[in-house]
Structure formats: C-alpha cells, structure tokens
Write a protein that binds this ligand. Structure first.
Ligand SMILES: Nc1ncnc2c1ncn2[C@@H]1O[C@H](COP(=O)(O)OP(=O)(O)OP(=O)(O)O)[C@@H](O)[C@H]1O
Length: 356
C-alpha cells in the first residue's frame, strides 16, 4: 500500500479571540494552544460558540479581535488575514458535502485542483488506498453508505496534506456501532500523518476519548482546558462537573471547610461558613452494601442501562432518590434496606448557583 508523505507539523495558537454578531457576544477572549500533531476537542452545549470558533480558524469568519496563528504565521489578526484556501487547513463537517454529480475519485480530485493532473491522480489514488476505499473509486455519493461517504470526505480533505484539520461533529451522522470505529480510525490516521486536529463535539464521551487536550466552552468563554483526566476528575465549577457526568446534587450548608448533608460530610475547601452549597456526587462513586458502614437507604428501583446498572435509593432527608451506578450486577432487590458510602475524594462541592 502507498503511504502519503506526512503533513508539515504545525502548532495552532488561538490568542484572545473575541467575536460577536451585532451586539451579541459569541466568543469572549478565547485562548488555547494545540501542539503540532496534537488533537484538541472543543466541547460545550449547543450555542456555546464551538462552530463559530471553528469558522474563525478556517478563515470563513473574521474575529472582531484576537489572533489565530499556525506555526507562528498569523492567519487572522489585527491587519492580517489569510484567505481560507491559503491557510493549509482541511475541514471535515457533519454533512460531508460530497458533490453528488462527481464520482468518488473526482470528489477527491476536487481538493487537488491546484495540482498538476498526473500528480493529483496519483495522490487521490494513494488516499483512497490509505482509507481502503479504492474499490469505490468510480461510484457516486448516493451509492455509498454513511460510513463510506465519511471516508471519501476524509480522503478529499486529507489529499492536499493539510497541516491542520478541523472536524465539526464529523461522526454524529453515523450510528453508534459505526461511529466508534470510524472515529478511532480517522484519528489514528491523522496522528500518523502528524496532522494537528481541532475537533468540535457536543458529546462529552467523544471529547474525553478523542482529545488529548479538551477545551470546554460555555457562553463563548473557556470554562476549563486541560487533559481529559483533569476535566473529568478536577472540574473547576458545577457546570464543568455536570457536563461530563450528570450527578446527584445534594444541598447542604458549609461549616469549617466541610459540607454537611444527609449523605455525610464532604470537603468544601474555600467555602466560608454558612454558605449554601451543592455536593455533586456522580452515580458511579456511590457503593451499596446490605450491611456495614454508611448511611441507610431503601432501594426503590433498578434499571439495566447496558454495561451499567442503575439503582435508585431513597434516603431520609434527600429528594429526589439517589442514582447509583455500577458495572456489577447487584443482588439487592427493590425495597431492601442498604448502606450507602461515597468515595469522598470524587465528590465535588461548589457554592449553590441557584441560591443567589
Ligand atoms: N451568522 C450569525 N448571526 C447571528 N448569530 C449567530 C450567527 N452564527 C451563530 N450565531 C449565534 O452564535 C451563538 C453560537 O453559535 P455556534 O453555532 O457557534 O454554537 P455551537 O456551540 O457550535 O452550537 P451547536 O452545537 O448547536 O452547533 C449562538 O447563539 C448562535 O445563535
């Protein structure tokens, strides 16, 4: 099999990018760096500004202020702007946007239209081989499955060997079984080619599994940026904690650096005495046992969610019931009395936003 030459490795810097439409601010002072050949996942709820930021990186949109640099070259900035086609950036978007009237080969050649024809044909052939879709070369997009279309779109985007690749929810149209495979294959290929990647997703699992650097956006601001482990295990605020795993939210009042709740007391560093706060207790950090240590509760329901099982447990003084998840199948039945313990280090306490 022919292997395409690696792309030029480029770091990408986003420096204080601010943008808005009319009076509405959409991005506020956004900064982050993606190392050359690294993969960053931009994640956030709908409307947090992910796509606008990607459009700015692509050069489709000009930021109101701030800079975008690739390998030290200013792409957007005060008095400087490089047109999208001259940025050396490839895109892969959700709807693939293959040309319906062009064959697979011609779709890939479209990305190489600035090159000499014989070299372009060789490159297109290499790319199709690399993605194991040579046998589809003469087909038209309507004759392809979703996964095949995605590969063709990837081949088209990668054929010019961009140093940077922008992915906007490129796997969300694929069904779950296909998605995981296509995503890991795509990222493995991009890593092999040394391409720097910025991937937009609203799926927390996808961000944690794909990005070595995760940037969490809320209302156009970076809430937190770091490794997947940092974002999952050390969230900076309630929003960051809830984004990656929905928790049992247990209210209490802080005293002496701890939060007293019906489920026990949890460390509440930095909170003054008498502040209303919430302990975010993820369902998987709770353990149930038939007897022993812990707060007493009563099992009120069981649901199998696939790999994990969720039990709901009523605890006096707590509403709604606690959600407890485990990959082990519980022997506890509905109505049995249980003891509940929480892994204290994995409980996050933040001031109660809804109380102010
Ligand atoms: N051309 C535009 N004119 C006016 N407002 C816009 C325009 N493009 C985006 N917006 C607004 O900017 C905000 C951010 O939109 P953006 O598409 O960047 O968010 P997103 O995080 O990508 O959301 P989603 O996950 O739903 O795609 C939204 O409030 C949106 O309505």
């Amino acid at each position: 099999m022919n292997h395409p030459a690696p792309s030029t490795r480029l770091p990408l810097d986003v420096l204080g990018v601010t943008h808005g439409f009319g009076r509405t601010p959409v991005l506020v002072d956004v900064s982050f760096r993606v190392r050359a050949g690294g993969v960053a996942a931009l994640v956030g709820h709908s409307g947090s500004g992910k796509t606008t930021l990607l459009r700015i990186l692509a050069g489709i949109e000009r930021p109101v202020s701030g800079r975008v640099e690739a390998g030290g070259r200013i792409l957007s900035g005060p008095g400087a702007f490089v047109e999208p086609e001259d940025r050396g950036i490839g895109f892969l978007f959700q709807d693939y946007a293959l040309f319906p009237h062009l064959s697979v080969t011609d779709n890939v050649l479209f990305g190489l239209r600035r090159q000499e024809q014989a070299a372009a044909r060789r490159r297109a052939g290499d790319m199709l081989a690399r993605l194991r879709i040579e046998h589809l070369a003469e087909r038209f997009p309507h004759m392809l499955s979703g996964g095949e279309q995605q590969r063709v779109a990837l081949a088209r985007a990668l054929a010019p060997r961009p140093g940077i690749m922008l992915l906007d929810e490129p796997f969300s149209n694929l069904d779950r079984a296909l998605r995981d495979g296509v995503r890991s294959e795509t990222l493995a290929l991009l890593r092999e080619l040394g391409t720097t990647v910025v991937m937009v997703t609203h799926d927390p699992e996808e961000a944690l599994s794909a990005g070595e650097h995760v940037v969490l956006l809320r209302a156009g601001r970076v809430v937190q940026a770091g490794t997947p482990t940092e974002l999952f295990e050390q969230p900076v605020d309630a929003h960051a904690a809830e984004f990656f795993a929905s928790s049992n939210r247990i209210r209490g009042i802080s005293r002496d650096g701890r939060l007293a709740t019906p489920l026990g007391t949890f460390p509440a560093p930095g909170l003054a005495d008498g502040v209303q706060a919430v302990a975010h207790v993820r369902p998987h950090v709770l353990r149930l046992s038939a007897s022993g240590e812990g707060v007493e509760g009563r099992v009120t329901g069981r649901r199998l969610l696939g790999e994990v099982e969720e039990l709901s447990v009523a605890v006096p003084g707590l509403a709604p019931d606690l959600r407890v998840r485990s990959t082990e199948r519980s022997r506890l039945t509905v109505d049995s009395t249980v003891k509940i313990t929480a892994c204290v280090e994995q409980v996050f306490v933040f001031a109660d936003d809804s109380a102010s």
